[in-house]
Design a protein around this ligand. Structure first.
Ligand code: DQA
Length: 140
């Protein structure tokens, strides 16, 4: 099972700044991920604590890999970083937008050092790449 995690404000995709994030909804992105692998468990929360708790659960619930778009937590959440670091399965960070080309605060990810792959700027297609990268890391 691949765990697909979404952080704050990504529930609003579809109507949230479509020039930057595109028009795909969160449900659309989950659907795209499932086209690449049938066993995708989706979890989305606006709350840092809930995201940390879900990652803790992933240590023992049969999760084989994690794909995560952490939203703005990417740039400052050390608790999410530490939760990801504890997970020994393959981890892929994905962003719809090209964060390196945006505001300075978005150019740094505190999570990238503890994941295996980071994909940015490919829009919804990035979710295909992310799942495929996770499968590649799993040797499938
Ligand atoms: C994002 C980029 C973040 O900087 C932003 O806070 C988001 C979305 C992306 O997918 O491009 O919420 O993770």
């Amino acid at each position: 099972m691949i765990l697909l995690v979404h952080g704050p404000n990504l529930s609003q995709l579809g109507s949230r700044d479509p020039a930057v994030y595109g028009t795909a909804t969160l449900a659309d992105l989950v659907g795209i991920a499932r086209e690449e692998h049938p066993r995708v468990d989706s979890f989305a929360s606006e709350s840092e604590g809930e995201l940390v708790a879900r990652l803790h659960a992933a240590r023992t619930d049969g999760t084989h890999a994690v794909v995560i778009n952490p939203g703005a937590l990417t740039h400052y959440s050390y608790s999410l970083r530490d939760a990801l670091e504890m997970l020994t399965v393959p981890k892929v960070e994905v962003h719809l937008s090209q964060t390196a080309a945006r505001e300075p605060f978005r150019r740094h990810s505190v999570l990238s050092p503890v994941v295996d792959v980071t994909i940015t700027g490919a829009g919804a297609f990035g979710y295909r790449l992310a799942v495929r990268a996770a499968l590649h890391l799993l040797g499938r």
